[in-house]
Design a protein around this ligand. Structure first.
Ligand SMILES: Cc1cc2nc3c(=O)[nH]c(=O)nc-3n(C[C@H](O)[C@H](O)[C@H](O)COP(=O)(O)O)c2cc1C
Length: 141
């Protein structure tokens, strides 16, 4: 069976408060169409201050899109916290699910960006973030 590369990154938003709504809509629109072309699926969560996004698909496609995302000035401190080759995608039906804002998720993202967690706690927070993103996306369906 062909493996799917899944990747999770977190980042700090640089959009001004008045730009957030329009900025996210523009990101999601481009993401949906480009990801569909490349066979990538995934999910994006935006809080007041941060993004967390899962991307999944063919390894080269995922890393190509990731290279664009890393250059994007609408966010900074883009930090890939997890990658795995999996047999099944989490979000195979979604070119880009958008899961809205969430304060709780923000509390998980901050320590990952600060790099302040010991390794065993970091793994726990990453697992929780993966689950949270899946739950949010289900609620929006
Ligand atoms: C938080 C965030 C998430 C993004 N997610 C995606 C995505 O999933 N797919 C995508 O094609 N572009 C995404 N983008 C937009 C890319 O950064 C980039 O603007 C777009 O892919 C065009 O690529 P190019 O600038 O290399 O031409 C995202 C941008 C941000 C800030």
């Amino acid at each position: 069976m062909r493996l799917v590369t899944s990747l999770l990154y977190v980042s700090r938003m640089t959009l001004e408060p008045e730009e957030v709504a329009g900025g996210i809509a523009a990101i999601v629109e481009v993401a949906r169409s480009r990801n569909a072309d490349l066979g990538i699926s995934g999910a994006l969560v935006a809080t007041d201050a941060h993004f967390a996004q899962i991307l999944e698909g063919r390894r080269d496609a995922v890393f190509d899109v990731m290279a664009s995302i890393e250059r994007d000035r609408r966010h900074t401190e883009v930090t890939v916290v997890w990658t795995e080759d999996r047999e099944q995608a989490f979000f195979s039906d979604w070119s880009m699910a958008y899961a809205g804002t969430a304060e709780y998720v923000d509390k998980k993202i901050s320590p990952l960006l600060r790099g302040s967690l010991p390794e065993h706690e970091r793994q726990g927070v990453i697992s929780e973030l993966l689950l949270l993103i899946q739950c949010f996306v289900r609620e929006e369906e």
